[in-house]
Design a protein around this ligand. Sequence first.
Ligand code: SF4
Length: 351
Amino acid sequence: MKPEIIPPDTVAGLRRALLDHYDLSARDLPWRRDTDPYRVLVSEFMLQQTRVETVIRYYEPWLERFPTVTALAEAGEDQVLKAWEGLGYYRRARNLHRAAQVVAERHGGTIPSDPDELRSLPGVGEYTTGAVASIAFGVPTPAVDGNVRRVFARLFDEAKPTPGWLRKVAGQLLSSDRAGDWTQAVMELGATVCTPRAPACDACPVLAWCASNASGTVDDRPAPTKKRDVPTRVIPLAVLCRSGEVILQRRPTGGLLAGLWAFPELDEIAPEDLATSMGLEPVGEPRPLPEVDHRFTHLHARYVPTVLEVRGDVREAVPEGVRWVRPGGLEDTALPVAQRKVFDSWQNSVE
Ligand code: SF4
């Protein structure tokens, strides 16, 4: 199929059927109750690579804490990371924070509606530009995420949809008078009907136009991509504690989990040697805590924590960003999920 020649009748009929279906059955999601651009921007950042059910738990608390783009721009990075704690892919939080600062500095606190200006904000790629421009401002701009890719590949029986092909199909089908609803209607179909496995074709509002259903190729569209091998890395951690409090270190800016707090990693060094290098005096024997596995996109991490009791204080030459924390004392300290599990198991071991 050549996307530029989807017959006009097909475009009109398919649009109508899908928009009617969306009007009748769209899920009532918190970010659909309002098209305020800041709310839309927050939801789109949160939804990147994260399930709707998870985002629902974070969305309203985030808006209570940072109700406007200006409030977010003025917040400290620690507050932002703490509010994002547990959502994962923390680069999104830092980018959203920086995007808010750019909006405050260059756009007077108003999120721009122009797709080129949106696209220039930190962390805003082609998909997010299309989603925010169409949903918040009604500007007809295509937005292609994984759900949309799957729906179009099946509708037009395309085994290997390229970005260029998807852009053309999305552009041709986009409704100019209901751009935001159209964007959400296609995503909704992919999330609830045209699902990766066992799509509900019998209940599909666009079944009559679906080429892969007609040719029996639904399960092969789009063709599966080869899964990358993900390496496993064992990461020993030092849980250095002193009279019921424990040391956390801020991770460097740039790299994995940048700016978050974590237990010091033991790079081929014993916990006693790490403690000594920090100016602390080891006392007692090291003892293990349960290991914690965590999957990142590119890495399976196996954290192996060891508790060591120490005395004294951290010497001044140790790089900034070291903090002693007591059980229950993480109100201002954002920890990634796996580190939080290690913290909880240390906390349980001292209670
Ligand atoms: Fe997807 Fe089936 Fe609908 Fe085709 S008919 S778009 S495969 S749910």
